[in-house]
Write a protein that binds this ligand. Structure first.
Ligand code: PMP
Length: 450
C-alpha cells in the first residue's frame, strides 16, 4: 500500500499492521509477536481468537445483525439483559445498551439528571467528579473527567462541574493511617455537596479503581462505604464507572463488590464484549426505572447502534465464556501473582515508586526519587518511553498519564487477559523489566535521575 488516508493517534508515525491474535498474543504482518500485557485498552479480557465468540457472532449475523431498537427487541438483547441483572449487585436490574464507555457514562449522566427532573427537582443537575479520573472523551463524559491531558484543549467548552480529590494512598499525608485517609477523602464529597448545595447535585461519579488517569489506584477500605452513606444522606445518586473494572477484571464481577457497595447507576464497556464488537451499557436500579416509568416513560438517551442484536450476541457469548472458564476467580488468583511479580520489580528498580492493583488490573508509578516520591512532570513522558521500549520488545502496556500536573507521576497499567497463565506472567515481567531497565539507564545517562 503506497499511501494511508487514515487518521492515526500520532500523525506522521508509522504503525505496524495487525495480522491476527490468539490468547494473550498478537501478531503483526511482519510476523512479530507481542504479549498483550494490557488487553489492548483493558478490553480483550478473554484473550484473542476465541472460537465460541466467533461462532456466536456468525450465528447471529446469519439470523439478523441489526434491527433498530425502536422497532424490535431480540432474544440476544433480552438474554444479555437478564444475565447482567443476575451478575449485578442489589437492584441494578436494568440495562441500557450503548456502544462505548463514553456513551455509557454520558448516558448515566443524562439518566441521573432526568431522574431528578421526573421527581420534580430540576435544579439537581450537577455531577460531582474527581481529579485523577477518566470517564470518556465525549464532551459530557469529559466534563466529568479529571484527565488533565485529555481536557486541556477543551476546558472552556466543558461543564464546570465540582471536583474533589480521590484517594491516592501512595501519596497520602505522611503518618496518616489508611482508615483515617479513607474517611478524609470521602468526607471531601460531603464538603463539596454542602458547598454547592445538595439541591443542585444530581450525582457523584467515580471509578472503583482509578484507571487511565492514575494507573490502577486502589482506594482504601472504608472509602466507598462512606461515599455511599454521604450520597444517601444528601440524596445524591452514586454512579460507579465500571467501564474498566467491570466484568471480572478486578477479581470480582464488579469493582464495587470488593466493598459491598451498591451504586444507583453503573457503567460497563471494554471487557463486556472483550473487544469482539463495540458494546457498552448503563445499568440502573429498580427505583430509577420505576420513577421514569411513572413520569415521562421515555429514556432520553440512545443512538443508532444501541441494543443491536449482533453486539448483544457477542457480549452474551463473552459473559458465558467468563462464567464457563471461571475467569473472575482466575483474575483474583493470577492477578495476585502478577502484583507480587510487579512488587519485586518495584523493590529492585529505583525508577518505580509503587506497584499496585486489584485482581488483573495492576499498575506501576514511575518517580524521579524513590525516597521523596518526587514525580516526573507529565511533559517528561517517562511512561511513554517505557511503553515505546516495551512495544519494541514485543510487549503491550497501557498509559495512565492523566494525573495532576506537579502532584501525580507517570504511571502504566499492566492488565493482561484474565486467561493468562503463571508462565506467561513470568514472560511478561521479563520483557517489562528489560524495557524499564533500559529507560532507567537512558534517564541516568542524561542525569535526569540520580
Ligand atoms: N470510563 C472509564 C473508567 C474508562 O477507562 C474509559 C476508557 N478508557 C471510558 C470510560 C471511556 O470508554 P470508551 O473509550 O469506550 O469511550
Amino acid at each position: 500500500m503506497s499511501r494511508s488516508y487514515v487518521i492515526k493517534p500520532e500523525l506522521g508515525k508509522t504503525y505496524p499492521f495487525i495480522s491476527h491474535g490468539k490468547g494473550i498474543y498478537l501478531y503483526d504482518k511482519d510476523g512479530k509477536r507481542y504479549i498483550d500485557g494490557c488487553s489492548g485498552a483493558v478490553t480483550a479480557s478473554i484473550g484473542h481468537g476465541v472460537e465460541e465468540v466467533a461462532e456466536a457472532m456468525y450465528q447471529q449475523a446469519k439470523e439478523v445483525s441489526f434491527a433498530y431498537r425502536s422497532h424490535f427487541s431480540s432474544d440476544a438483547v433480552e438474554e444479555l439483559g437478564a444475565k447482567l441483572a443476575e451478575w449485578a449487585p442489589g437492584s441494578l436490574n436494568w440495562t441500557f445498551f450503548v456502544s462505548s464507555g463514553s456513551e455509557a457514562t454520558e448516558t448515566a449522566q443524562k439518566i441521573a439528571i432526568q431522574y431528578w427532573q421526573e421527581k420534580g427537582r430540576p435544579t439537581k443537575n450537577r455531577i460531582i467528579s474527581r481529579w485523577m479520573s477518566y470517564h470518556g472523551i465525549t464532551m459530557g463524559a469529559l466534563s466529568m473527567s479529571g484527565h488533565v491531558l485529555r481536557r486541556k484543549r477543551f476546558v472552556p467548552l466543558l461543564e464546570d462541574y465540582p471536583t474533589i480529590t480521590g484517594p491516592y494512598p501512595y501519596r497520602r499525608p505522611a503518618g496518616m493511617s489508611l482508615e483515617a485517609y479513607a474517611l478524609e477523602c470521602a468526607n471531601e464529597l460531603e464538603r463539596a455537596i454542602l458547598r454547592v448545595g445538595a439541591e443542585q447535585v444530581a450525582a457523584f461519579i467515580a471509578e472503583p479503581v482509578i484507571g487511565a488517569s492514575g494507573g490502577a489506584v486502589v482506594p482504601p477500605d472504608g472509602y466507598f462505604q462512606r461515599i455511599r452513606e454521604i450520597c444517601d444522606k444528601y440524596e445524591v445518586l452514586f454512579i460507579a464507572d465500571e467501564v474498566m473494572t467491570g466484568v471480572g477484571r478486578t477479581g470480582k464481577a464488579f469493582g464495587v463488590d470488593h466493598w459491598g457497595v451498591v451504586p444507583d447507576l453503573m457503567t460497563l464497556g471494554k471487557g463486556m464484549s472483550a473487544g469482539y464488537t463495540p458494546m457498552a451499557a448503563t445499568m440502573v436500579t429498580d427505583e430509577i426505572i420505576e420513577t421514569i416509568t411513572q413520569g415521562s416513560g421515555l429514556i432520553m438517551a440512545g443512538h443508532t447502534y444501541s441494543a443491536n442484536p449482533q453486539s448483544a450476541a457477542v457480549s452474551l457469548a463473552v459473559l458465558k465464556y467468563v462464567e464457563k472458564h471461571g475467569l473472575i476467580e482466575k483474575a483474583a488468583e493470577q492477578g495476585a501473582y502478577l502484583l507480587s511479580r510487579l512488587q519485586e520489580l518495584a523493590d529492585e528498580l529505583p525508577l518505580i515508586g509503587e506497584a499496585r492493583g486489584l485482581g488483573m488490573l495492576c499498575g506501576l508509578e514511575f518517580v524521579k526519587n524513590k525516597e521523596t516520591k518526587e514525580p516526573f512532570a507529565l511533559s517528561e513522558g517517562v511512561a511513554s518511553k517505557v511503553i515505546a521500549k516495551a512495544f519494541e520488545k514485543g510487549l503491550l502496556i497501557y498509559p495512565a498519564m492523566g494525573g495532576i500536573e506537579g502532584v501525580a507521576g507517570d504511571s502504566i497499567i499492566v492488565s493482561p487477559p484474565l486467561t493468562i497463565t503463571k508462565e506467561q506472567i513470568d514472560e511478561l515481567i521479563a520483557l517489562l523489566k528489560d524495557a524499564i531497565v533500559s529507560v532507567q539507564q537512558e534517564l541516568k545517562d542524561k542525569a535526569l535521575i540520580g
